[in-house]
Design a protein around this ligand. Structure first.
Ligand code: FES
Length: 321
């Protein structure tokens, strides 16, 4: 499906750093439908793109058959520059180019209870999941955690839509921080868990759920932060085993970026380290794992790595490409 030209219909702050933005087709036509958990990819004027989940809080609306608008929740990230700043500053009437909805985080993976866990702005796909589950009359719990109630988006909307299924946790309220160990211990074993939020929350939820005996396939997640360059990142070499070509990956660039620039054909998708599509076998060398998809044991084995985000601890990696 070709790209969409969308116009900003509404843009308003809902917390100090989050804006709600409603987009409609520039030509007034209806927009492609989507299932809960879907995102759109917005092209940035300076190049590159950003992914935003589509928000729906209305459990009476079937969004799969086409909609009149898309709603996003846009966080101004800590650094507040580049793409985050551009998106946060969108104003009514601005026109943007967007790839149609795509869903890598669907709640329709099973029929049993769904446990929704959201951290911060990671609430955006989870809200739509709750609405879809409610519409389908499927059992679910919604655990929404944030630093402070005033910084958490859509609490009222979700509360109205979900009633008792919603539990809100705030780090700055005594005795009201989310306890993932306790939570995962309380879950029925036929539940599926859906987590969206920062890296630490996803890793903690996944490790605790695995420890409780949940199968890896029952734990679904989407990372809601970008993997940034870290202090101390160094250049390293990557050798392609099939051709012997050697590339140098400098700080600030990913293996995928460098290999693609060098003409290597690669398959990848999320570029955040959460979908697993770019997973590559490591023949030699020690990866510096920065994904969220591998378990601790898989990371320790150093047999595979996600080349969209991970780097190297050794001076050179030989990859099975
Ligand atoms: S592209 Fe998704 S994990 Fe690398």
């Amino acid at each position: 499906m070709s790209h969409l030209r969308l116009k900003v219909l509404e843009a308003e702050p809902i917390t100090a750093r989050i804006r709600s933005v409603v987009l409609v087709a520039e030509d007034g036509s209806s927009l492609p439908g989507y299932t809960a958990g879907a995102h759109i990819r917005i092209q940035l004027p300076a190049g590159g793109e950003r992914h935003y989940s589509l928000i729906n809080t209305d459990s009476t609306t079937d969004t799969t058959r086409g909609v009149q608008s898309y709603r996003l929740g846009i966080l101004l990230e800590e650094a507040g520059t580049g793409g985050s700043r551009y998106m946060h500053d969108l104003a009514v009437g601005d026109v943007i180019t967007v790839a149609p909805p795509k869903n890598d985080f669907s709640v329709a993976t099973h029929d049993g209870p769904a446990i929704l866990i959201a951290g911060g702005i990671g609430v955006t796909p989870i809200v739509a999941m709750a609405a879809e589950l409610k519409r389908a009359d499927r059992p679910f719990e919604f655990h929404y955690s944030g630093r402070s109630r005033t910084l958490m988006a859509f609490v009222e909307d979700i509360s109205e839509a979900c009633g008792d299924a919603l539990r809100v946790y705030c780090d700055d309220e005594d005795g009201n921080c989310i306890d993932l160990e306790r939570l995962t211990k309380s879950l029925a074993t036929d539940a599926h868990i859906y987590v969206c939020g920062p890296r630490g929350m996803i890793e903690a939820a996944r490790e605790r759920a695995l420890a409780q005996g949940f199968a890896k396939e029952c734990i679904h997640f989407e990372l809601f932060e970008r993997v940034e360059e870290q202090a101390g990142d160094k250049p390293f070499e990557v050798e392609i085993s099939s051709t012997g070509q050697i590339f140098t990956v400098p700080p600030g660039k990913t293996i995928i970026e460098i290999l693609e620039e060098g003409g290597v054909d690669l398959i990848y998708d999320c570029q955040r380290g959460d979908c697993g599509i770019c997973q590559t076998t490591v023949i030699k060398g020690i990866p510096d794992h920065r994904d969220v998809i591998l378990t601790d044991d898989e990371r320790a084995s150093n047999d595979v790595m996600q080349i969209c985000v991970s780097r190297a601890l050794s001076p050179k990696l030989v990859l099975d490409l």
